[in-house]
Design a protein around this ligand. Structure first.
Ligand code: HGY
Ligand code: MN
Ligand code: MN
Length: 416
């Protein structure tokens, strides 16, 4: 019985440097990254990552929604083992959200190349389009189209606040592809936790069991512009007063419901937004989340009833449009267990954890067995320019990823 071959080692400094080099594209003054989906900065980031992966011996594919796939050949033609995440960021995002998952995949490929290891199955690194859902909704757009959660046509027609469509933006950055996306034998997404648990418990690896369900809405409240001086209160149809009541109800719902309930109003657009005009039109976003599908549905029913009541009380029109809806998901139990065991075998502290954030693995997991590897982030803060993570944690997560990918892809004998 030959001794098992030692696994190649991740190069922590090379992984860290790739993160810093990518973070320079869209770098902000506070040390964050602003690289909105399908902007020229996103193009620059894509071009850089694509060049690195091509140089590492991968064949590059780009599909019709701009998802990029870099495929490292295996000993045989077969569905690849996928690794991936996103490189688009929030407007005031950080260096690690999404970027870590893509660059950990690059580092795995580089480490396998260094060790001259050929895996049985090919390995593919995926860069998913518009995971953040900030410039364009829906969130997790590229992986959602890949998994059939949204039609390509629906997503290509979506527009940003300036009226630019996804199709136009893809064409502008040269990533309107025509390749057929690969199907995966399994898919792994490393990611920072973006919450406080791992850091608070001094744990390095999170074996992610699943993610909260999400339901996102656009709400437009329509009243009447009027003069802030002569208009008596009884005559007012103030859309912003209505919006303020909706916002406090979203908070009440998040506080009141069980099962990790979350409620956020992140965007508020006031028209005409002039200090001495009663706002006649307000658009706001509503983001509701929960670990249980029925509880999430009850939260939605609750806010719908509140909006109807508030609109009636304030004599407003209310137009509510659902833009995102996915149920709570569970990742593949086998790979959750293997990630836990591989982390322990590597001498890392590990715990099972749920994700409050949505990730591309949520949709990709509808097409193949998928799992996520979390590492801590400083103060549990993300979607913030101060987002930070420790090189040692990032490398530990990438090493567990390498072990899981080797297990999933199989390895042929290393040439001497
Ligand atoms: O909103 C989310 O959960 C993710 O950051 N797109
Ligand atoms: Mn992310
Ligand atoms: Mn994010």
């Amino acid at each position: 019985m030959t001794a098992p071959q030692p696994s190649p080692r991740i190069n922590p400094d090379r992984l860290w440097q790739s993160l810093m080099d990518l973070a320079a594209i869209g770098a902000t003054e506070l040390g964050g990254v602003r690289r909105l989906a399908l902007t020229d900065l996103d193009r620059q980031g894509r071009d850089l990552v694509r060049a690195w992966l091509h140089h590492a011996g991968c064949r590059i594919l780009v599909d019709a929604i701009g998802n990029l796939f870099a495929i490292r050949p295996g000993a045989r033609e077969a569905d690849p083992v996928g690794i991936g995440s996103h490189i688009d960021t929030q407007p005031s995002g950080g260096k690690f959200d999404g970027n870590y998952g893509v660059l950990a995949g690059l580092e795995v490929i580089r480490a396998l190349n260094d060790a001259a290891i050929t895996t049985d199955r090919p390995i593919a690194v995926a860069v998913w389009t518009n995971e953040e859902g900030s410039r364009f909704t829906p969130v997790m757009m590229g992986s959602g189209v890949y998994a059939g959660a949204f039609s390509l046509e629906h997503c290509l027609a979506r527009t940003d606040l300036e009226g630019v469509s996804v199709a136009q933006a893809l064409a502008q950055i040269g990533y309107a592809g025509s390749d057929t996306a690969p199907r995966f034998a399994a898919f792994f997404e490393p990611h920072i936790e973006q919450g406080p648990i791992l850091e608070a418990e001094h744990i390095t690896i999170g074996a992610v069991e699943g993610a909260l369900g999400q339901r996102w809405f656009d709400l437009e409240l329509v009243g009447q512009d009027a003069h802030a001086g002569p208009t008596p209160l009884a005559m007012r149809r103030d859309a912003l007063v209505g919006a303020a009541q909706v916002i406090t109800q979203v908070r009440r719902i998040a506080a009141q419901y069980p099962h990790n309930a979350r409620g956020t109003v992140g965007q508020l657009l006031v028209s005409p937004n002039s200090r001495n005009v009663i706002p006649g039109r307000v658009r706001l976003t509503i983001d509701l989340r929960n670990a249980q599908a029925d509880t999430l549905a009850a939260m939605v029913d609750d806010i719908r009833a509140c909006i109807s009541r508030i609109a009636a009380d304030e004599r407003l029109e209310a137009h509510l449009t659902e833009v995102v809806h996915f149920e709570p998901c569970h990742f593949d139990p086998h790979w959750v267990s293997r990630i836990e065991a591989l982390a322990r075998a590597a001498g890392q502290s590990v715990r099972r954890i749920a994700s409050g954030a949505g990730h591309d693995a949520v949709y990709v997991g509808k097409t193949c067995p998928a799992a996520m590897i979390f590492v801590p982030c400083e103060g549990g803060i993300s979607h913030n320019e101060i987002e930070n993570a420790e090189p040692g944690h990032l490398a530990a997560g990438a090493q567990v990823l390498l072990e899981a990918v080797l297990e999933a892809a199989g390895r042929t004998a290393t040439p001497h």
